[in-house]
Design a protein around this ligand. Sequence first.
Ligand SMILES: [Zn+2]
Ligand SMILES: [Zn+2]
Length: 209
Amino acid sequence: MRKQRAARVLGTVAEVAKAWGIKRRLDRALLLGRAYEKCLSCTVEISGRSKVQAGAANTRLGKILLNAALMEPGREADRNATLLHECAHILADSVYRRNCGHGSSWKRVMELLGEKPDVHHALDYLSPKAQAVATWACRTCGEEYHYVRKPRHRPQDCYCARCGPRRGRLQAIEIPPPRPELDPPSAFDSRTEIGVNAYQRAKKGRTRP
Ligand SMILES: [Zn+2]
Ligand SMILES: [Zn+2]
């Protein structure tokens, strides 16, 4: 049996925010009372499991997960912004007692914290391109399709979403070395994770009509 990589617990949100010098930014949510207290008591964990997600929040479990890539030197601003993004989930969910996702309640909390309510991160090192195990390119327009997990189909069974089944034939442009087996998906609610950079999936279908 494979041993699952354990997430590293950094401490509570209160401890981590203080250590990272962003406690004052978080304190803008003081007026939320109990929701603010709840947020401060949540635990922050570092995980290397996700390839393209910067962070995740689980209000019910009182946990915030941050991608281990954010802990590298020089990425402090990204790390701090991600923690505040996840704190905003805990705050909004706690105030409204439901999963607010990235809706207007979450956006209002982000604004209260003085953060831009961006749903998707734009971190190059967590982009599908940087994390791809396979990349296909359209033979006509050159559009690239990046897969962070092994694609279930072959390029010849799919076509470029832009060029269509007749003109959009695809070819694999990279055969990367094999990567270790992926861990099972985490228990975190995917609705509260920072999504991947927007990218189009190649459409499955016959390459010839
Ligand atoms: Zn194309
Ligand atoms: Zn989010």
